[in-house]
Design a protein around this ligand. Sequence first.
Ligand SMILES: C[S@@+](CC[C@H](N)C(=O)[O-])C[C@H]1O[C@@H](n2cnc3c(N)ncnc32)[C@H](O)[C@@H]1O
Length: 290
Amino acid sequence: MGVQLTLFNEAYPISQNQKVTNVSSVPKRSPFRYAGGKTWLIPTIRKWLKKGNGIKLIEPFCGGGIVSITAAAENLATSIIMVELDDDVASVWETIFSDNEWLVDSILSFEMNIENVNSFLLKENKTTKERAFATILRNRTNHGGILAKGAGFIKNGENGKGLASRWYPATLARRIREVLISKDKITFIHGDAFDVLNKDFYQDNVYFFIDPPYTIAGKRLYTYFDVNHEEIFRRVSDMTCHYLMTYDKSDYVISLAEKYSLNWKTIPMTTTQHIQKDEILISDNFDWFD
Ligand SMILES: C[S@@+](CC[C@H](N)C(=O)[O-])C[C@H]1O[C@@H](n2cnc3c(N)ncnc32)[C@H](O)[C@@H]1O
């Protein structure tokens, strides 16, 4: 293993010997293409959750929810709480659990072209389910799936297919229906992560998976990017249950982990631009890791 000096002159290991996940081997269950999505972390999540029985998983920054819905589908947890603050993202999860077939029908019957996309997006006073469908349209037609304001449409796309290059209605319909199968295990909360990051939830067999917006790139990717990272670290340091937290590797994040005496490791991943980089994992223990 190599070592690298941080701004704080402390040595930390670079994960040269760990294997990068081949994402194509992981089932893609989320209806979202999610910036900062954690599909690549699923093999690690399986190892983490396999150590427990009757696990209650809580995901305070759920976004595209791949960790929660994989845990539900693969019986890695018996109950799951997903929390997301963003109104658009939340409308999708709410509609999946309340108006699933309406959403599926809207996707399957939509004729994908710029006029239809624009006319649906411009519709005023959308209901929650219409907002959900609009969010799915934007997620599938915006560059990188980015939902924050200012994101533009896909230009050339895959195989020159342009706007429709990420529009797979049958696949989306299947994923949305499959999430519904786990509805009895999952509670979705449209709310603030900090409301569950408190001691009322720190019970036996609770596992928190915490994936806050990146400290550096978050602003471009999410409407709600501005979180109090130090407060997250402070709350995590008070936790009396299990947790796994992920972050971008930066001196700031490492300094917070050190300040709050949290265990951390690096893990390699490959970005959608095929660049290999390390991210940080923080956990109450790493007995499950190797
Ligand atoms: C890194 S993304 C999570 C990605 C997710 N793990 C996935 O695989 O798709 C962080 C998410 O936190 C959400 N978020 C930001 N602030 C929040 C808050 N205070 N409470 C709940 N969610 C929040 C953002 O909207 C974003 O969806």
